[in-house]
Structures are given as C-alpha cells and as structure tokens.
Design a protein around this ligand. Structure first.
Ligand code: UDX
Length: 484
C-alpha cells in the first residue's frame, strides 16, 4: 500500500519507518526545512532504540522523504496525520496544525484516500477534519476520515509498533475500515514475522494481538482514557509510597502484594518523582478539558495531576532532609530525560527538580546518556555543568541524586562512586538501586516509599530510621552532616 505520513516528529517518524518495515511504500512529509534536510542527509533526529537501523534499512527504498504534500500524497490510499497537538493555556489540545493539514490535504485528492488521525485528539476531531475537507471541495465519498491512536512508548516505540498487544482503528465506513485493516495486515495475520529479512528484536516474539475496530469517536476516547488510566496508576502508587514513608512500610513489598492480583497487575506501579513526557501531562489536561466541555467535572483527573506535581516536592523535601541546607551544596545528578531510553526532556520531572535546586543555590554536575544536548538550552546557569560520564558528576559531590531510570545507572560501580563522593549520600527518585546493596556499600540511601538506609543498617534499624526521618527531617540532615 502507498502511505503518506505527515509530520516527522516522534510518532510520524516511528510509524513511517515501521510501515515501511512491514512492506508498504511510505513517503514521510515535513515542511520544516531543518528536519527535512536532516532526514534527507540520512540523520535520525531523535534518540530511539532501533530507529536508526530501520531508517537506514528503508531510506531511499520503501521510505522516502518530501517537503511537498501534494507530490507525496499522489496515489496514496492512506494519509496519516502525525502532527503536534500541543496544549494551549487552558490545557486544551491546540488543533490548528491538524486543521491546516486537513485543508492542505483537500487539494491533494487525486484518488480515494483515508485520512487517518494518529495524533492524540479530542472526540469530534475526525468529524471536524471531515467537515473541513468537505468545505474545501472534497466530494462526498472521495475521502474518509479515521482514527488510529498509537500506544508507542518512547524508548521502546519500534518494538511496541512491530510487536503490539492491540491495534485500535476507528472508522465510520467499511471502505475505510478495510484500508486500515490492510495497513496492519502483516502484523495481524503474522505474515510479517515469517519474512526472512524482518527486523529482529532479541527477546521479542509475536504475541497474541487484538485488532479492535471501533467508531472514530470511540477510538479517540480509547487513547485519552488509556493514558489517563496509566497516569492514574502511577499517581496511585506514588500516593501509597508517601504513606509507606510515613508509617515505615516498604513500597516494594506493598507493590508485590497488590500487583500480584491479576486484576491490578504489576505494570505501571513504579513509584518515583512523577510522570512526565510529551503524552501523559498534555493528555491528562486535555482529557480534563474535553470532559468539562461535555459537562462532566472529571475531578479524579485533577487529583491525579496534583499528586504528580506533589511528588516532585516530596523528592525535594527528601533532599533537604538528607542535606539540611541546599545553598552552596554541590550535587551530582544522574538523569535529565523524562524516563530512561530517550533524549526527550519534555515535561521531565528531572528538569523541574534541577531548576528548583539551582533556585535554592545548589551547584550541579549532571550526566545523562542522551538528553544533555537538548537540556543545555533549557537549564541555563553558571552553577550547572553537563558532564560526559557519571563518574565525573560524582567527583567530590555532597550527594548523588538519581532522577531518570536509565538501565545503565543500575550497573555503575557504586564502590568507586562511594570513594569519589564527598559524603556517601544517595537520594534515588526512581528506586533504581537496592537498599540492602547500598547499605552494604556504606551509603546513606533514601528512596521513594522504602525505608532509609544507613551503612550496614539492620532491617529493623532501617525501619526505625525511616520513621524518624518522617517525623524529624532535620535529624536525618544532622546524621548526614555527622557522616562527614
Ligand atoms: C506514554 C504511553 O505509555 C504510550 O502508550 C502513549 O502512546 C504515549 O505516552 P511515554 O510517554 O513514552 O508513553 O512513556 P511511559 O513509558 O508511558 O512513561 C510515562 C512517564 O511515566 C515517564 O515519566 C515514566 O518515568 C513514568 N512512569 C511510568 C512512572 O513514574 N512509573 C511507572 O510505573 C511507569
């Protein structure tokens, strides 16, 4: 099938490369001259596992780039809109890019096309796109508008696309539904997994997958509701972690206890410094706004967002408890990206925490495996230094803060780091390290919802110290000072 993908941002780029991988001819259109030039030169503008290899495999063959929509859409059966829907000041999704693309496509209708929304958009967007196209002279029956929400996670987007657990397509006509079904057929019937030159991702096998065909409105709602539910799980576990801190319980044990109930499940129950990224924060406020428009006050979502913001403050309070005062302290920070595996810093809790610490007078040396370049323009201060290794960050620092869950941070040599830190204090916002191992190595280690650890502390001592730290934050600061 010939497919045009409009927008070479995160979603468009991954979807375009993956549609080429499963056998379609794809033209990726972007009117941003810089992005278009970079793609044409063979660059991969984002850090995403497997994407550079896929682009290299298909570039110039089944995947080409264009800055001209009319040429790119000629003969295409499917036109995928993957343009940005940033939030406006009221939290609603700004649909002006979607509207202008809908207008532009109207002048490109050389044959029947299904115009497919992949961006996360409010219910009725498909209806609006259809209306805009009719108003711009597209004859009835010449085009259908469909919704195909994506569930790709940054960092694992290629694997999520090629090995999905579900594909949701919303279409209001049989003809459109058939086009969408054919777009994904190699994944649905499994023929893709039998091809000799398929892109092999180790450990991943074809798994049972559902093809869910709905109306456009239902598909649009599925995307918002999925993201809101996942964000709710994260805020829920963060709230439970706060209670664990207060009573001296261990969130890992609590998680195991509740996550092993199949109705709840273990995934997305990792406490931390809150969710960030380009989807959850934006989609939650947009969903809240959509509900308000429909006359429903979705207060549950307000609470989810509020807990998420509070989580950053909780982490900062832990830093203050461990260090007493912040002004003049030299802090090593691991992580800038909103989560491990990506260079994306949009709505990253790590960035906001670093801003607060700089505001309180700390000096920071930060390391991130991928997000440093993007962060330089955002974190501008003469008290921040971006370094190229985690060990450089920890040299002579008063404490180490872990803000992003990069897998490689688990593998660092914490024995060496212990020697290089001025004080052996770690405040782990992602619960990346083991309390017992850190105690063994002689650290004062604080995490989220788990008992604080001091060098060689026994299990009982850990619990007592956790209770004390909640009751008397300054006392822990004093412990840290005396550790010096
Ligand atoms: C999300 C959705 O998962 C995906 O389906 C959708 O299409 C796009 O938005 P993404 O933003 O890439 O994907 O990241 P995700 O893995 O969902 O994590 C979002 C945020 O939640 C990150 O900041 C992450 O660190 C945080 N998180 C995730 C937690 O704090 N705890 C968890 O248990 C899981």
């Amino acid at each position: 099938m010939r497919i045009t993908v409009i927008g070479s941002g995160y979603v468009g780029l991954v979807a375009g490369a993956c549609f080429a991988e499963i056998g379609h001819d794809v033209v990726l259109v972007d009117n941003d001259p810089l992005k278009f030039a970079a793609l044409s030169r063979g660059e991969c503008p984002i850090h995403e596992e497997h994407l550079p290899e896929l682009l290299a495999k298909h570039r110039g063959k089944r995947l080409t780039f264009s800055d001209n929509l009319k040429q790119a859409a000629a003969g295409a059966e499917a036109v995928v809109m993957a343009v940005g829907t940033p939030p406006n000041k009221n939290g609603e999704a700004d649909l002006s890019y979607v509207e202008s693309v809908a207008r532009e496509i109207s002048s490109c209708m050389d044959s029947y096309k299904v115009v497919i929304g992949k961006s996360t958009v409010p219910v009725y967007t498909s209806d609006w796109v259809r209306r805009i196209m009719l108003l711009n002279g597209v004859p009835e029956g010449m085009a259908d508008v469909a919704s195909n929400p994506e569930f790709l996670r940054e960092g694992t987007a290629v694997a999520d696309f090629l090995y999905p657990d579900r594909i949701v397509v919303g279409a209001n006509t049989e003809r459109a539904s058939d086009v969408l079904h054919r777009m994904y057929l190699p994944l649905i019937d499994g023929s893709y997994y039998a091809t000799a030159d398929r892109f092999v991702i180790s450990d991943l096998q074809r798994r049972p997958m559902q093809f869910i065909s709905t109306t456009t409105k239902s598909a649009e709602l599925i995307k918002y509701a999925s993201n809101a539910f996942l964000a709710m799980k994260i805020s829920f576990i963060n709230a439970v972690a706060t209670i664990c801190d207060a009573v001296g319980a261990d969130i890992d044990q609590v998680r195991e206890g509740i996550g092993s109930d199949e109705r709840i499940g273990r995934r997305f129950l990792n406490p931390g410094i809150g969710y960030g990224g380009s989807c959850f924060p934006k989609d939650l406020s947009a969903y809240h706004a959509v509900a308000r428009e429909c006359g429903y006050d979705f207060r549950l979502l307000e609470e989810v967002m509020d807990i998420n913001t509070q989580q950053r403050h909780r982490f900062l309070r832990k830093v203050r408890s461990a260090l007493w005062t912040i002004r003049g302290k030299r802090l090593a920070v691991l992580g800038l990206a909103f989560k491990g595996g990506t260079d994306d810093i949009r709505e990253s809790p790590a960035i906001s925490i670093i801003e607060s610490l700089l505001g309180e007078g700390a000096s920071i040396r930060v390391y991130d495996p991928a997000a440093t370049a993007r962060s330089r323009n955002v974190l501008v201060s003469d008290r921040i230094e971006f370094v190229s290794s985690p060990y450089e960050a920890t040299e002579d620092a008063d404490a180490l803060l872990i803000l992003t869950d990069w897998a490689e941070f688990k593998q660092l040599d914490y024995k060496t780091i212990h020697k290089s830190l001025r004080y052996p204090i770690i405040i782990d916002g992602r619960n990346l390290l083991s309390c017992a191992a850190m105690s063994e190595l002689g650290y004062y280690y604080t995490s989220m919802g788990r008992p604080d650890v001091s060098p060689q502390s026994s299990r009982q001592e850990l619990q007592v110290s956790s209770v004390l730290s909640t009751m008397m934050p300054v006392a822990v600061g004093a412990v840290a000072e005396s550790a010096a």
